[in-house]
Each structure stands twice: as C-alpha cells, then as structure tokens.
Write a protein that binds this ligand. Structure first.
Ligand code: FES
Length: 159
C-alpha cells in the first residue's frame, strides 16, 4: 500500500507516544483513512502489521466507529447530524428521505458512485437543526419536508 511520506512520518511519530500498540490503533486508522480516503482490507492488514496485531483487531475498530469507512466515498459525501437537537428536529426522517432520493442506504455509497450517505455527530450549529454536511460545506434546516428538494438541488449542482 502506498502511503504519502508525510503520513508515514506522522505514524512513526505517533506510535511510540502510546503506552500499548493497541491504543495507537484508532489514531492510525484515522491517519490511514485521511491518506487513502477509506480503509481497504489492504489498509487494515497494513495497520495490523505495523502495530504487530492481528487484522481482526483492526477490523473490530473499523466496524465499531461510524466515522471509519471501508468503502471509498462518492463524489458527494453527505453526512446528517444525528445528535439530540438535530434528532429532535427530524434528522432521522431527513436521512430517510435522503436515502430514498439518492437510492442509497446510510453508511453506504450509491451504485453510481455519486453519493456517500453517513451520520455525523454535532457540528455546533444546533439552533439551525437539522444540519447536513456535504463535504466540508454545512447546510442548515434540512427538514424532512425540504430534504427531497435539497437532494435534487445537490444532484443538479444547484446548492
Ligand atoms: S446537534 Fe446537530 S448541529 Fe448540534
């Protein structure tokens, strides 16, 4: 697996800072995902070898944390905040509408590779809930009622 030299450098600095190699596994997953965009089986094996662990030890972490991905992200990386204020404002129903509009289950990428739909935790804009991120752009008040229109605009490049 080809990691950027700066990622290797960060990993080499990070690992000795942890009292046990196991505790370095999660930050390493983040660094490798940042570099590769997602954590392939090859990446999981690479991390395991680097930490002298078994691939299953890394896979357990990757499947536990929703922010770690085993698939590449689509052209649009859509993340719906699901923390309490957004949930109370209808974020789960918004997400359901987006699943239908994008024909894509949350936690996955659509078959055409256009959209990856995920949940995310609070983005500190709770007063304008529900909040949806597309890449690093934040969109507020994406309610179940406006979600379909939001999805159409996104697909048509009108956001
Ligand atoms: S709970 Fe969604 S932005 Fe804070």
């Amino acid at each position: 697996m080809d990691l950027k030299p700066e990622t290797i450098e960060k990993i080499d600095k990070l690992v000795p800072r942890y009292p046990t190699v196991k505790s370095a596994a999660l930050p390493l997953c983040h660094l490798v995902q940042e570099d590769q965009g997602y954590l392939s089986n090859e990446a999981i094996e690479w991390i395991a070898t680097r930490l002298d662990l078994q691939p299953i030890n890394i896979l357990e972490i990757v499947t536990f944390y929703p922010m770690l991905r085993q698939e590449p992200t689509g052209k649009y990386h859509v993340r719906v905040c699901r923390t309490l204020p957004c949930a109370l404002a209808g974020a789960y129903q918004t997400c359901k509408k987006l699943e239908e509009a994008f024909d894509c289950k949350v936690g996955h990428t659509s078959d055409d590779g256009e959209v990856t739909l995920e949940f995310v935790e609070c983005h500190a804009d709770c007063g304008k809930a529900p909040v949806v991120m597309v890449g690093e752009e934040e969109y507020t008040n994406v309610t179940p009622e406006t979600a379909e229109e939001f999805a159409t605009k996104l697909k048509n490049g009108q956001l």
